[in-house]
Ligand binder design. Structure first.
Ligand code: UD1
Length: 343
């Protein structure tokens, strides 16, 4: 049986992708995670949702010797989906070297591992943050990359280039770079979602935590040149992102893609302001949110949303969930967490 390694498999997008891999492929799934911003509880949740089992390995990918020791004996690995990385824009602004060290070292180590083992298919978690403040919206994969607004975004730009050069040097290696816009929401079952270990930095978990009185929401800026003054993003349901990974992997394995190193935007194509996201949450939850307006957050771009035509045409991928679905699923997950904490 062929295996797929999922790095960061206990994380937010990784865990949702494992569910889609178990439900929609015959591959043996091997999750690799060091639980730096995740928990093995995610694995228990996957087991509640999927009947098929999967393997787990605890490992920090920055530790090259341990990587070779723990993964070196794996056979029949058809590909790697590489999620493992730090992902907070504000944290990266506060501690740039942490991001350069972790995100780049782990990527170098995993690419070297691919070379040693002859693993030919690779999917990389990139981000719309690589576009910076683009001149024209929506952004297509051909939009020139502007200056990175944060070290996090810069590590994604560097990662993409590293992989592109690695492809050129290794003709049998094929890579797909997926530029996520803003992944939000939780699995439709409400049984699994994001398990941030520390105070989350992302908007949607802060909204749902605020609604249950565990956080306080500040809207970072209402003086941007947008329709209501708040920043605009392209929020996309995490299960739609997970589904795109399965399709991208199948496309890679079947060698359908024309290019050795392919790029896809994964967004809905809809630009949504922070205030509109809050309004959608209030509507689906029936909860009025208390929030304040604060100053701009360092590292934020003003507005970004996707042209997703390429992913639709070449991966046969269509995002299924609306903004209201995203908020409703995030809320269901938050209420599930509250239920387990109270029981
Ligand atoms: C960024 C990346 C995204 C990546 C994500 C990972 C960009 C454009 N996008 O998302 O590709 O997947 O990091 O974490 O860089 N906000 C508030 N109050 C809060 C929190 C957030 O107003 O308490 C606002 C932010 O200013 C922003 C929006 O909500 O306008 C979304 O923020 P967040 O959820 O943190 O994601 P990004 O930083 O946009």
């Amino acid at each position: 049986m062929q295996s797929i390694i999922v790095t960061g498999g206990a994380g937010y997008i990784g865990s949702h992708t494992i569910i889609e891999l178990l439900n929609n492929t015959d591959l043996n799934v091997i999750s690799v995670d060091n639980f730096s911003n995740s928990s093995s509880a995610a694995y228990e949740k996957i087991k509640q949702i999927c009947s098929r089992s999967f393997e787990t390995i605890e490992l920090d990918l920055c530790d090259k010797q341990l990587l070779e020791k723990k993964l070196g004996s794996l056979e029949n690995v058809v590909g790697i989906i590489h999620f493992a990385a730090y992902k907070s824009v504000p944290e990266s602004v506060a501690d740039p070297l942490l991001y350069y060290h972790n995100n780049n070292t782990s990527l170098i180590n995993i690419l070297e591992f691919c070379k040693i083992k002859g693993i030919q298919n690779f999917i990389f978690s990139s981000s719309c943050s690589v576009y910076g403040n683009a001149d024209a919206l929506p952004v297509t994969e051909k939009t020139p990359l502007a200056k990175a607004e944060s070290p996090y975004a810069h590590t994604k730009q560097m990662g993409e280039e590293m992989i592109a050069f690695f492809c050129k040097a290794n003709p049998s290696f094929r890579a797909t770079l997926l530029r996520y816009f803003n992944p939000v929401g939780a699995h439709i079952s409400g049984k699994i979602g994001e398990f941030p270990l520390n105070r989350p930095n992302n908007l949607v978990p802060i909204i749902t935590q605020t609604a249950v009185g565990k956080n306080s929401l500040v809207v970072f800026g209402n003086d941007y040149p947008t329709r209501d003054g708040s920043c605009i993003r392209d929020y996309i349901h995490v299960s739609d992102i997970a589904d795109a990974h399965v399709k991208a992997l199948q496309n890679l394995i079947q060698k359908k893609g024309l290019e050795q190193c392919q790029l896809f935007n994964l967004g809905t194509g809809n630009g949504v302001s922070v205030l509109e996201a809050i309004a959608s949450f209030e509507k689906v939850s029936g909860t009025k949110l208390k929030y304040t307006i604060g100053g701009r957050r360092a590292g934020d771009v003003v507005a970004v949303y996707a042209n997703n035509t390429r992913a639709k045409e070449q991966l046969n991928w269509v995002p299924k969930y609306s903004l209201d679905d995203m908020m409703a699923s995030a809320w269901k997950w938050q209420l599930n967490i509250e239920g387990s904490n109270n029981s």
